[in-house]
Design a protein. Structure first.
Length: 266
C-alpha cells in the first residue's frame, strides 16, 4: 500500500487527476495505429470525486488527455432511480465528466437500477468487465464507516456485483443530495469487494475529518468485513490519497513512514 498525503482536498484532486492522466496516456495508441487495448477505468460518485472530475475535464480541454481509448465502469447505482433522475449516478457522471470529454457512449458502463431483473443485470455487469479485459485502475472513495462502493459493514470480502441494502447511516450521509433521508433509496446495485480487488490497481481518495476513522481502519486496522476498505491491505497495488484532515487518526509512526516512503520514490 502507498499513502499519499496532501494539504487540502483540492490538492488531493489535483494529484489524483494528474496520476489518472499519466496512466491513461501510457495506454494511448501510437498516432496512426489502432489501440492495442483500452484503458479500463473504474469510477466512483460522491462529493470527493467531483473536484477530480473537474480537474480531468480541465486537462482534457487543455489537450493533455484524451478519453477516446478509455472504457469506464461505475461502482454503483441506486435501485429504482431512472438514468435521468436528478440524483441517479448516470446523471451525476454525465453532469460532472462524460458530457465534457471525448468518451464514446458505448464505452460507458453504469448499472441499471431500474432493470427488470436486477440479479441478471449484476451478473451481466461482471461479465462485461471480464469481456473488457478487467479493470486497469479502480478509483474509489471511502465511506465514514469504512465501506467501499456500497459494500456496507458485514459485506463479504469476496462479494461480487449484487443488490445491497443501504444502512441508515449511509442513507443519512447521502440525504444531503436529496430533500430528506426518506427519499434516499434503501437499496443499490454495487460492485463487490471481490470485484474491486480484481482490479490491477486501486486508488482510494479521502478528504475531511469525517473520513479520518475510516482511513485509520483501512490503513492500520485488521482486515475485516466490518470495514470493507481494510481488504485493500491485501491488494498488491493500492494508493490511498488523503488530505491532512483525513489522516488525523493515523499513528505518528505510520504518517512518518509513508512520508519517508514518498520521498524515496521521487
Amino acid at each position: 500500500m502507498r499513502l499519499i498525503m496532501r494539504q487540502s482536498e483540492k490538492d488531493v484532486a489535483v494529484w489524483t487527476a494528474n496520476y489518472i492522466v499519466q496512466r491513461i496516456s501510457f495506454f494511448s495508441p501510437v498516432p496512426g495505429e489502432p489501440p492495442s487495448k483500452p484503458f479500463v477505468l473504474g469510477l466512483p460518485t460522491g462529493s470527493t470525486p467531483i473536484e477530480i472530475y473537474q480537474a480531468l475535464v480541465g486537462r482534457h480541454n487543455a489537450g493533455l488527455v484524451s478519453f477516446e481509448n478509455v472504457t469506464t465502469f461505475n461502482m454503483d447505482e441506486y435501485v429504482g432511480l431512472a438514468p435521468d433522475h436528478p440524483q441517479s449516478y448516470h446523471k451525476f457522471m454525465d453532469d460532472h465528466l462524460f458530457s465534457h470529454v471525448n468518451i464514446a457512449k458505448e464505452h460507458i458502463h453504469i448499472l441499471d437500477g431500474c432493470a427488470d431483473n436486477l440479479k441478471a443485470e449484476c451478473a451481466a455487469y461482471e461479465e462485461a468487465i471480464k469481456k473488457a479485459g478487467g479493470i486497469e485502475l479502480f478509483l474509489g472513495g471511502i465511506g465514514e464507516d469504512g465501506h467501499i462502493a456500497f459494500n456496507e459493514p458485514g459485506s463479504s470480502l469476496t462479494s461480487r456485483t449484487r443488490v445491497v441494502a443501504l444502512t441508515r447511516e449511509t442513507r443519512e450521509v447521502n440525504a444531503r443530495f436529496f430533500s430528506r433521508v426518506d427519499e434516499v433509496p434503501k437499496q443499490a446495485l454495487s460492485v463487490g469487494v471481490g470485484t474491486v480487488m480484481d482490479a490491477r490497481e486501486v486508488v482510494i481518495v479521502a478528504a475531511g475529518k469525517r473520513k479520518a476513522r475510516a482511513i485509520a481502519a483501512c490503513v492500520e486496522g485488521p482486515v475485516t468485513q466490518m470495514c470493507t476498505a481494510s481488504c485493500l491491505q491485501m491488494h498488491p497495488n493500492v494508493t490511498v490519497v488523503c488530505d491532512e484532515a483525513a489522516i488525523a487518526e493515523l499513528k505518528y509512526g505510520t504518517v512518518q513512514y509513508y512520508l519517508e516512503a514518498e520521498k524515496r520514490c521521487k
